[in-house]
Design a binder for this molecule. Structure first.
Ligand code: 13P
Length: 287
């Protein structure tokens, strides 16, 4: 089932669970994630960053769409961190059902005006829109962020959502993109999240979902987080296993021999995150 973000997260919000958004960068990752979410009967968001679509190529989206349309669980195809109107229109043309426009490093006024343009474009064709306010940190990830986190201001968030009519808002409450280096401990500001949530009536998005304390992520779902972005926790495990397999089997070169162990490890991470966010079995809530 192909869903847009608004319809997917409405149900999540009503039933107090969140849906993970997994960054897809290879066919094996797509296949493994889809097999696992089918097994768990769990809705899923498959998200693609502009750098990822540049690598994968537009034709890859047809494969994702085919999985989604033939799946018994709801699937959203989402543009992660669209930076320009080109990124957004390319995604809509490719058949994504949700787009993010990230103008968070621009001025507040420019962020509003670009986001409004995207909302007008996307809502006309039933595509949901996510924007970002404040900037999350960056541990050296290609997904961006700033060295210093600029925490989201609740007054600005309230005004921003009213002005732009977006469907979901990504907030900065202490997370960073990428794996945390030794000695850097993430801490989610749950009080700030509570305050932002009390001002908004749309789902909140947590970027930089990897490497955070489980209990804080779980708590964030109670206070309005409906979507958790996860990239590094999956890719690092997947490629660590590919690395190990090739080191242990120096002459191996057939893909159907190289990838199965990595695929199994990836499925374990998917199951873990689905349990953490209370998403397992929730496919039953979608007709
Ligand atoms: P992580 O790499 O920290 O999981 O962040 C992913 C993300 O937020 C994509 O937008």
């Amino acid at each position: 089932m192909l869903y847009n973000m608004k319809d997917l997260l409405k149900v999540a919000n009503e039933h107090q669970f969140a849906v993970p958004a997994f960054n897809i960068c290879s066919f094996d990752m797509l296949k493994s994630i889809m097999e696992e979410v089918e097994r768990l009967n769990a809705p899923v968001i498959l998200e693609i960053h502009p750098d990822e679509i540049e690598y994968l190529g537009d034709h890859f989206v047809s494969v994702i769409k085919s999985y989604a349309l033939n799946s018994k669980v709801p699937v959203v195809i989402h543009l992660d961190h669209g930076g320009t109107l080109f990124d957004v229109t390319r995604a809509i043309k490719n058949g994504y059902t949700s787009v993010m426009i990230d103008a968070s490093t621009k001025s507040f006024e420019d962020n509003i005006s670009i986001t409004k343009k995207v909302v007008e474009l996307a809502h006309n064709v039933g595509v949901s829109v996510e924007a970002e306010l404040g900037t999350i940190g960056n541990n050296g990830s290609a997904e961006g962020g700033t060295d210093e986190i600029i925490f989201t201001d609740p007054d600005q968030a309230e005004y921003f959502v009213k002005e732009t009519n977006i469907d979901t808002l990504a907030v900065a409450i202490g997370t960073s993109h990428g794996l945390y280096p030794k000695g850097k401990k993430p801490k989610l500001n749950i009080d700030l999240l509570k305050e932002i949530n009390s001002r908004l009536s749309i789902p909140i998005v947590l970027h930089g979902g990897s490497g955070n304390p489980d209990e804080e992520v779980r708590e964030s779902v109670i206070y309005g987080v409906g979507k958790v972005n996860l990239s590094s926790d999956l890719k690092s495990v997947f490629f660590e296993e590919v690395r190990n397999t090739l080191i242990e089997n120096k002459k191996m070169y057939e893909p159907n021999e190289v990838y199965p162990r990595a695929n199994s490890k990836l499925k374990e991470v998917v199951e873990y995150k689905m349990n953490l966010l209370n998403t397992v079995g929730k496919g039953i809530l979608y007709k």
